[in-house]
Design a protein around this ligand. Structure first.
Ligand code: HEM
Length: 127
């Protein structure tokens, strides 16, 4: 039963993913925006709480993918509130309720288990 699944396995990918050591190089919002899947010479990036993940291998974040709205952004607020609205694809999450903050934390775990951390959004205040 899902409720009794052991904690370390929660949100783990079905096929194991080999992750590189995390990198926390500063990436500014302008550069992040360019990494939205439209430039073949750049990776596709999504940030959560200022931590930048390389999601290039998932077509869902490509320009024709169902989650393209998140690419090149820190959409923490949208992830927390299960929204795909462009206006919710912003980094501020501090004023959300506890349930939404938990959902955001779960997305962070989900991404951490699938995608390499390649940087940190420069000047992200972490709200
Ligand atoms: C009709 C509603 C929705 C359906 C049917 C749907 C379906 C799916 C499916 C099938 C997956 C793949 C699951 C997996 O790889 O294990 C997925 C992943 C995902 N969904 Fe949705 N979803 C819906 C709504 C939303 C909404 C509103 C959000 C906004 C936060 C969202 C965000 C995501 C994200 C971030 C992923 C992870 C993609 C990845 O990196 O693997 N989804 N969804």
């Amino acid at each position: 039963m899902v409720e009794h699944e052991e904690e370390p396995k929660r949100f783990s990918p079905k096929v194991p993913v080999e992750l590189a050591p995390p990198k926390y190089d500063p990436i500014d919002a302008e550069e992040l925006a360019k990494c939205d899947g439209t430039d073949p010479n750049r990776p596709t990036l999504v940030a959560i709480k200022g931590i930048v993940f390389d999601v290039s291998r998932n077509q869902a974040y490509s320009p024709s993918g169902q989650y393209r709205i998140f690419a090149g952004k820190d959409p923490s607020r949208a992830l927390a509130s299960s929204s795909l609205k462009p206006e919710d694809c912003r980094p501020d999450w501090y004023d959300l309720d506890d349930k939404e903050k938990t959902v955001l934390e779960e997305w962070f775990t989900f991404f951490s288990k699938r995608y390499n951390v390649v940087g940190k959004v420069k000047d992200a205040t972490n709200y």
